[in-house]
Write a protein that binds this ligand. Structure first.
Ligand SMILES: C[C@H](O)CC(=O)SCCNC(=O)CCNC(=O)[C@H](O)C(C)(C)COP(=O)(O)OP(=O)(O)OC[C@H]1O[C@@H](n2cnc3c(N)ncnc32)[C@H](O)[C@@H]1OP(=O)(O)O
Length: 717
């Protein structure tokens, strides 16, 4: 390969761009935003990049340009979200979007061959920049990912992405990427045609320079099968495709998220009326979305989770060593915890169960998930073998001596858990942390007989562990700061967003969930049809309705927590006695195929098992509106969340919002319980609680914190 010498280099102080012209006719346009860990696109760069493009145009020696990042492990993470958040009017945003589109259009129109050399994330505006280049090469590195995730922020790609991606990889594939917001890894990007080549990182620059020396390629037609040809290339086909996409989108969003439909509008306009018109609609829709409350809340979630990634759980306390994890119990939870330990944290996980079948089941759990990834070609078989080799098991404590943390995931039985604390203190080392995955038993009680109570903590995962993003880290009053920060670090390594909560019945998530579920049960017992209750809460924005949720988690498990909550908080948590009849009828939900829904027949789990009405002595009849139902359930959740904050169960409204969104699926577009209370106003929430308390009893009495806030006109944020 020809070694290039630097001829000229252009950069200004505080400039994010450097142009390095080599005497082989290739210029390296490198982006490196000073003082920031990741490149993002900001308004002030427009001038800088325009100046670079002027220079490229005026230098007829430049035949090719490699666009690359100066950062070690990322390309460009998109437009600067804080900049978007600070825009005051839709006109300001539209101007930013149009400005970005024009610069990218200028790149596309350049005579020189522009090659994007991608390593690390190229997301949102970052991918749009790459799409404006004439060729794209990426590294085969794990860090490399490409996507248009704007929809997750309640936005759409606003720098030409809705126009260029469909033209590059086909409408259906592009629409799927934009509507889900999910990025793709290097291998998939190559398969879809987003990049022209995938190479090891060590030769990325060399290959890009070589390519840039060649004339720029003509756009290639998208490869489509027969059905694809019909759907994308004929007016009738396109009409059908867009209609279907709108229908599916609406059934998912329930009209709560405006972005997906506008994404479809932009794509359709661009295809039907040409790229110019498509760009103009894109800029307008982008500007509209930036100003919506839905996007504001979704951006808040991004800021909150980014902030939380940096926290150790206790300010200034560094986590201890994490080299090996022990897991007690090979059930569904234990198997899930072993999976995230090996595959996400990359740590050896030693599983203990009283039966060897338990260990085998836990191993199979990981095997099945990894095997699926191999079959879909997301990972090579060698990677699966590497990850599986991190999992070992035994029916005694052999191999536990050097475990840094042991997580118990056995039955909810206090004595059993206390005896496990003793076993771990006997068989492991003096620094080993004992973490309990209990969902209900106070950690202080589990630690009661411990010789080293400072090393006992709660680490509460949600089911299914491989999918649910939250973990509650529960410190009892003797847990040491080091134990907290080590446990927070472990949860984060396992891919979770941890929140540190105070010990007590139900901790945070189950505590706010219980009154919501109880109220749904009360509404059902008063005769509302199950589908109507579930539909009302799904329309409100929850992923599943409360009755369905109870079937999913297990009616026996879901109701077990009630006596524990009542013991600490009293009548407020009392559940309907009629539910005993459901359990006495051996209805545990999905797991034993007997619940509120029917698990046999044509649509298992989709239709209500009508016999449950008879069992509960109900003649179902719809008398409440969906709004009345959702208000009653949600008000109790909001009220309980406010009490949790007041009692210090959660440390901040932010943790309470993230906990509810990631643990329960509280509608993200509402920002979480605290942001939602702020939106409604504490005064309004108190009034509605009081109104309901006159009709349905003291459980609706407003939290003192809310009453105080209503009086003072305060908000949580
Ligand atoms: C016009 C356009 O179409 C509109 C857009 O582009 S909208 C933006 C679309 N892009 C995105 O949504 C990507 C958002 N970023 C991410 O998902 C993740 O940051 C990532 C996958 C790129 C990297 O994740 P990770 O390695 O865990 O790093 P993470 O801690 O999140 O981010 C590192 C830093 O970059 C910042 N950052 C990342 N992307 C950012 C963005 N788009 N805007 C502003 N800051 C961003 C983070 O705030 C953080 O800053 P800090 O160090 O000062 O706290």
């Amino acid at each position: 390969m020809e070694k290039a010498n630097n001829e000229t280099q252009t950069t200004a102080e505080n400039n994010a761009f450097t142009l390095d012209v080599h005497d082989n006719g290739v210029a390296i346009l490198s982006m490196d935003v000073p003082g920031e860990s990741m490149n993002t696109l900001k308004m002030e760069f427009a001038e800088q990049i325009s100046a670079m493009l002027d220079e490229i145009e005026s230098n007829n020696k430049i035949k090719g340009v490699v666009v690359i990042s100066g950062k070690d492990s990322s390309f460009v993470a998109g437009a600067d979200i804080s900049m978007l958040a600070s825009c005051e009017t839709a006109q300001d945003v539209e101007a930013i979007s149009t400005g970005g589109q024009q610069i990218f259009q200028r790149i596309e129109n350049m005579q020189a061959h522009f090659v994007a050399a991608i390593h690390g994330p190229a997301l949102g505006g970052g991918l749009e920049l790459a799409l404006a280049c004439h060729s794209r090469i990426c590294t085969d590195d794990k860090k490399t990912q490409m996507g248009l995730p704007e929809v997750q922020l309640g936005l759409l790609p606003g720098s030409g992405g809705t126009q260029r991606l469909p033209r590059l990889i086909g409408i259906q594939q592009a629409m799927k990427m934009m509507l889900t917001g999910s990025p793709v890894r290097a291998k998939q990007a190559l398969k879809y045609g987003i990049v022209d080549d995938m190479v090891p990182r060590s030769i990325l620059m060399d290959v890009a320079i070589e390519l840039a020396q060649k004339p720029k390629p003509q756009p290639k037609p998208v490869k489509l099968n027969l059905m694809g040809q019909f759907l994308e290339k004929t007016p009738i086909g396109r009409n059908t495709m867009f209609k279907q996409a709108r229908k599916q989108t609406l059934s998912k969003t329930k009209g709560n998220y405006p972005a997906p439909e506008l994404i479809i509008d932009c794509i359709e306009t661009g295809i039907d009326k040409g790229i110019q018109e498509g760009m103009s609609v894109e800029a307008k829709n982008f500007a509209y979305l930036v100003m919506t409350p839905e996007s504001e809340q979704l951006r808040n979630i991004f800021f909150a989770t980014t902030e939380m990634k940096k926290e150790t759980g206790v300010t200034g306390v560094e986590p201890g060593q994490l080299k090996k994890v022990g897991i007690l119990g090979g059930g569904l939870m234990g198997g899930g915890i072993a999976f995230v330990t090996a595959t996400k944290a990359g740590l050896p996980a030693r599983i203990k169960d009283i039966r060897s079948e338990g260990i085998a089941n836990a191993m199979k759990y990981s095997f099945d998930l990894l095997n699926k990834k191999v079959k879909r070609r997301f990972i090579p078989k060698s990677e699966m073998q590497k990850q599986m080799s991190l999992l070992t098991g035994s029916i005694d404590y052999s191999g536990f001596g050097d475990a840094d943390v042991v997580i118990e995931a056995v039955f909810e039985d206090l004595e059993l858990k206390q005896s496990m604390v003793h076993d771990v203190e006997t068989h492991c080392n003096e620094n080993t942390i004992f973490a309990s995955n209990t969902s209900s038993i106070p950690i202080g009680q589990i630690a009661e007989k411990a010789a080293r109570p400072e090393q006992v903590i709660g680490l509460h995962y949600f089911s299914p562990v491989d999918k649910m993003p939250l973990a509650e880290v529960i410190a009892h009053d003797k847990t040491s700061d080091k134990t907290i920060s080590t446990t927070v670090e472990l949860a984060r390594k396992q891919g979770k967003t941890p929140i540190v909560v105070k010990d007590g019945a139900g901790f945070y998530v189950n505590r706010i969930l219980a009154p919501y579920m109880n109220e749904a049960a009360n509404i059902l017992l008063a005769g509302e049809p199950i589908e109507h209750i579930d539909r009302s809460l799904v329309k409100f924005g929850f992923p599943v309705g409360p009755v369905k949720l109870l079937d999913e988690v297990g009616i026996d498990v879901g109701t077990k927590i009630i006596p524990i909550l009542m013991a600490q908080f009293g009548e407020r948590f009392k559940s309907a006695e009629a539910f005993d009849k459901v359990l006495a009828d051996d209805r545990k939900g999905k797991k034993n195929k007997r619940g509120f829904y029917a698990y046999s027949g044509k649509n298992p789990g989709k239709e209500v098992d009508e016999s449950v009405y008879e069992l509960l002595d109900i003649k179902p009849e719809q008398s409440l509106s969906g709004v009345e139902i959702s208000e009653r359930c949600v008000l109790l959740m909001l009220n309980e969340a406010a009490m949790c904050l007041d009692e210090g169960v959660i440390r901040s409204p932010r943790d309470g919002d993230i906990g509810a969104i990631f643990g329960i699926g509280f509608p993200p577009f509402l920002g979480g319980p605290f942001r939602y209370i702020d939106k409604l106003g504490a005064k309004y929430v108190v009034e509605r609680l009081q109104h309901n308390s006159t009709k349905f009893g003291d459980k609706f009495l407003p939290a003192p914190k809310l009453v105080e806030m209503a009086e003072k006109g305060e908000s949580f944020y």
